[in-house]
Design a protein around this ligand. Structure first.
Ligand code: TRP
Length: 329
């Protein structure tokens, strides 16, 4: 089974990525032929004015991958922009999708509103689901492990696959299935629904032990939980959201919640528990990260990208054949 996943390189990876996808990939690489794409072309669609943000993040992403246990012998890590077959495939696929169809994509719609493009939406941006269809089909992926925000991309991909195969009488493209991760999205340390670099509200895998502690102790709890003896709210309490995601002993966690709701459990106690949990999760990751040289990271990227180039150009050949772009010249 072939799996394809990817991340936009716009900063280092954080705990939301860890529970949302990285943990999953470490497991999947044991049973799947897994490709992990660093989606720098896609990142350019909304960062075209600040390419350094992207180019500076590529090796950081590779370091995060290897530090959490992605094994380059089992997973192929590659850089999207270095595979020109993907851009050419995107070009062929663009003919198969109407403008109103790309504009209907709910994820793209939400991003347009959030980024404040207003009347100047870059064509490249609305088309990124088409380029994503090229990423997925070039590697003949069977599954794409994703969060639910990516479901519209899979749907779009399968529409393109069916249309391409029908129009050009071929079966060279393969439909793909999403593999949904069932963890809920990790909130920011300030309680905002989204954690991220620009919001400065995430705990990064590469954060120092002091930074982790400072962030944990600055987390929002329950504003009405003033004295230790006051009853407190667990729902919407950021510390408990993180404990839900990372604290292994679920029975102990239930007891803590009960006590907190009743009153008598202080914020300092739950924050210390969370700090201990995150420190022991992130310390080995940070140490592994520190051992990785830039040369080694570059080498991993180079090897992965070479392999990805071979696979994608084979698919591109089939696509050109199906369309009939052969002139004997
Ligand atoms: N859209 C994904 C994101 O925003 C990144 C991505 C690009 C991707 N191409 C992909 C994910 C192909 C899965 C498959 O994070």
């Amino acid at each position: 089974m072939i799996a394809l996943t990817g991340d936009r390189p716009t900063g280092r990876l954080h705990l939301g990525h860890y529970i949302g996808s990285l943990k999953n990939r470490v497991v999947l690489q044991e049973t799947c032929d897994q490709y992990i794409m660093i989606a720098d072309l896609q990142a350019l669609t909304d960062h075209f004015e600040s390419p350094r943000t992207i180019t500076d993040s590529v090796l950081e992403l590779v370091a995060d991958y290897l530090a959490v246990g992605i094994d380059p012998m089992k997973s192929t890590i590659f850089v999207q922009s270095q595979i020109s077959a993907l851009s050419e495939m995107t070009m062929y696929f663009m003919n198969l999708v109407s403008i109103s169809r790309v504009e209907r994509n709910p994820t793209v719609k939400a991003e347009i509103a959030q980024k404040g493009f207003n009347d100047s939406i870059p064509v490249g941006f609305v088309c990124y689901p088409i380029s994503q269809a090229a990423d997925i089909t070039a590697f003949k992926a069977d599954i794409v492990p994703v969060g639910d925000d990516q479901l519209p991309m899979i749907e779009q991909t399968n529409e393109i696959v069916r249309k391409f195969n029908r129009i050009y009488s071929t079966n060279c493209l393969k439909e793909v299935k999403p593999r949904l991760s069932h963890v809920s999205r990790l909130v920011g340390i300030d309680g905002q629904a989204k954690a991220g670099k620009s919001l400065n509200n995430a705990i990064f895998l590469s954060d120092t032990s002091e930074a982790i502690k400072t962030k944990v102790f600055s987390m929002f709890t329950d504003p009405n939980h003033i004295r230790v003896s006051d009853p407190g709210k667990v729902e919407g309490n950021v510390v408990f959201s993180y404990l839900d995601a990372f604290f292994e002993d679920k029975d102990e966690l239930e007891d803590l919640k009960k006590q907190y709701r009743k009153g008598g459990l202080g914020d300092t106690t739950i924050k210390s528990k969370l700090n201990d949990t995150l420190q022991s999760l992130l310390q080995p990751i940070r140490e592994k990260r520190a051992q990785l040289s830039r040369d080694f990271l570059r080498e991993i990227c180079h090897e992965g990208t070479k392999k990805a180039q071979r696979v994608a150009s084979d698919t591109l050949e089939e696509i050109r054949d199906a369309i009939g772009l052969k002139y004997g010249i």
